[in-house]
Design a protein around this ligand. Structure first.
Ligand SMILES: CC(C)(COP(=O)(O)OP(=O)(O)OC[C@H]1O[C@@H](n2cnc3c(N)ncnc32)[C@H](O)[C@@H]1OP(=O)(O)O)[C@@H](O)C(=O)NCCC(=O)NCCS
Length: 158
């Protein structure tokens, strides 16, 4: 699939809601938190941004990412590709947009993300995109698992 990435609009919520409900390791428990976060970022773009990926042919929303702007770092808060279109480059297109966005902000040097140690597919995904694992924090999110922190330096050679 050819994915085109653009900024989120409030009218995208119904599509994004379906992505959250159907994604592995997300679902109904995350819905209200994500809804509030997307509203805060939409209304306060200096604190965070939301991007959606569209199928370039049908214009259907097939993925989204929310990123917090933390002074010199972007922190990926959520990234989801449509459950029926995994491994088709949607997640990569979203992260590529975050790299472009980060480079457009003069003080941003890194993109951070963290994920549960049991989510091996997510770690593979981030490492494929050039992220390095830098820490494992015990019981950061839950007493059941550790959290893996990964970093991508977007100005390493400048
Ligand atoms: C993580 C996620 C966003 C990746 O999106 P995607 O569109 O499927 O990823 P891409 O197609 O861009 O994958 C790029 C590369 O990452 C790696 N990768 C992606 N998914 C992988 C998987 N399930 N297992 C192993 N490697 C994987 C592969 O190297 C892949 O390239 P390839 O398909 O040519 O081998 C998607 O799996 C998802 O939405 N998962 C559910 C929500 C979630 O867990 N989000 C992350 C929370 S931390």
């Amino acid at each position: 699939m050819k994915a085109a990435v653009r900024e989120y609009r409030p009218s995208d919520w119904d599509s994004v809601r379906e992505l959250i409900l159907n994604a592995e390791n997300f679902g109904d428990a995350f819905l209200e938190h994500e809804r509030v976060k997307l509203g805060v970022y939409s209304e306060n773009p200096e604190y965070g941004r939301v991007f959606v990926a569209e199928d370039a042919d049908s214009r259907a929303v097939v993925g989204f990412t929310a990123v917090r702007i933390d002074w010199s770092a972007l922190v990926i808060s959520t990234i989801i590709a449509h459950h029926a279109h995994l491994r088709q480059g949607i997640g990569s297109a979203l992260v590529e947009e975050l790299v472009r966005f980060g480079k457009s902000l003069s003080n941003v040097e890194t993109i951070w993300v963290d994920t549960g140690d049991f989510m091996l597919y997510a770690q593979e995904f981030y490492k494929y995109l050039g992220f390095d694992e830098v820490a494992r924090v015990p019981h950061y999110m839950s007493s059941d698992f550790h959290q893996v922190f990964l970093i991508l330096r977007i100005r390493a050679n400048e």
